[in-house]
Design a protein around this ligand. Structure first.
Ligand SMILES: *Cc1c(COP(=O)(O)O)cnc(C)c1O
Length: 402
């Protein structure tokens, strides 16, 4: 009766354990002013243009002439066109509005996309990694048994200082479904054109499919780092991409995202666009009209400026974290095209040992890197989603530890 694979999923213990340790410490030290640098959620409010658009769309629902019921399966054309123009064509990526599927979250789409593939596909992920890619495949029995902290058939790509936390494609190893996330959560690493091209080349040669999570693309500055896998030649034949308004415009509680499935992407002659269309028609009834209007407003002049100002605020925090920690001699990665700094623990400490020191001696909460995979051991993630004042205060406290 029960889905044995689902029931066998290891307990996700990272954030509950962080919460438990912080709660316990706060209870013992009620006056401690704890600064949370583990935050994986935005903290600034929505752009005003988005809220205005949401209100106007809500008013339309009062009148039969403008009321909306079920929307189009793939999402409203006004939003798909705005995404195609502003997030793809503007960066030289060939993606049409018809290839975009509006959804309620990059997380759900990342987790659901594996339904299109056979259960004997070999799945490959980076280590450390956003856990959704693994758990969604484990849930559906695609990773074999979980024993000794490892999934039987999962392939992991170790991300280390040697490769700058960006793995190259495996040599002589079969992987069918490749999850890539750039800029990366948790390491903050941002892949170059050449690094992505190597993956596209691998996927095309092997008939593999790349599942590219671009949730943090809004943090990229300059022309060096591609914002989309479709900026790479050939990606339209081997890659699906996930985008989200969560981190780009503060929609984590508002919920709107998209998935690109190019018309030219086929697996064993089967066009994935048609298959994903069928999947969505079967299991999804769309994102509310008012929310899609709010998302569209991210591309208006005011909306774009307001969203960009929020991103700049977080980027300034990230830069402050990086500068401060580097100044103290900590090796730090990420934090440039990303809201996350990936920090090496000093003196060979484990992630949890350093977590406890930061919590108890600096009253700063981080996220232990080991919670994202075995290669994350010995690192912690600090996030830029707190206030600028708290970020500086936290850095001052960490400096005082030395
Ligand atoms: C935050 C985040 C997302 C966004 O998910 P939504 O469901 O769109 O809020 C996707 N991928 C990664 C790696 C993230 O950290």
């Amino acid at each position: 009766m029960i889905n044995k694979s689902a029931a066998a999923l290891p307990k996700s213990y990272l954030f509950s354990e962080v919460g438990r340790r912080v709660g316990e410490y706060q209870k013992e030290n009620p006056s401690a002013n704890i600064i949370r640098m583990g935050i994986g959620d935005v903290t600034l409010p929505l752009p005003k243009a988005c809220v205005d658009a949401m209100k106007a769309a809500a008013d339309e629902q009062l009148c039969a002439a403008t009321f909306r019921g079920y929307g189009p399966d793939q999402g409203y054309a006004f939003l798909r066109e705005a995404i195609a123009d502003n997030d793809y064509k503007a960066f030289g990526a060939d993606v049409s509005a018809d290839e975009i599927f509006i959804s309620d979250g990059a997380k759900s789409d990342c987790a659901n996309i594996q339904e299109m593939f056979d259960n004997d596909c070999i799945v490959g992920v980076s280590d450390p990694v956003y856990p959704v890619y693994i758990d969604s495949n484990g849930w559906n029995g695609r990773l074999g048994k979980f024993a000794d902290g490892k999934w039987e058939t999962l392939v992991t790509f170790p991300c280390t200082p040697e490769n700058g936390f960006i793995a190259a494609p495996p040599v002589g190893k079969r992987v069918d479904l490749i999850y890539l996330c750039f800029p990366n959560n948790p390491t903050g690493a941002a892949a170059t054109r050449a690094q992505l091209a190597a993956w596209v080349d691998y996927a095309k040669t092997r008939g593999a499919v790349i599942l590219f999570d671009a949730a943090y693309r809004a943090f990229i500055r300059g022309d060096e780092i591609p914002r989309s896998i479709y900026e790479i030649e050939g990606a339209r034949d081997c890659a699906i991409e996930f985008g989200s308004f969560s981190k780009s415009a503060g929609f984590t509680g508002t919920r709107c995202s998209w998935t690109v499935v190019p018309h030219s992407l086929t697996v064993e002659g089967e066009p994935l666009h048609a298959l994903w269309t069928r999947r969505q028609a079967t299991k999804f009834n769309g994102v509310p009209y008012v929310i899609q209007r709010a998302a569209e407003a991210v591309y208006s002049k005011e909306g774009a400026e307001q969203a960009a100002a929020n991103i700049e605020y977080y980027r300034k925090n990230a830069a402050a974290i990086m500068d401060a920690l580097r100044g103290m001699g900590y090796p730090v990665w990420g934090a440039e095209h990303s809201p996350y700094a990936w920090v090496k623990c000093p003196q060979g400490l484990t992630s949890w040992e350093f977590f406890d020191i930061l919590l108890k001696r600096a009253n700063v909460v981080c996220t232990p890197g080991s919670g994202f995979g075995s290669c994350g051991e010995g690192y912690v993630r600090l996030s830029a989603f707190n206030t600028y004042e708290n970020t500086l205060e936290a850095m001052g406290r960490i400096a005082a530890l030395r």
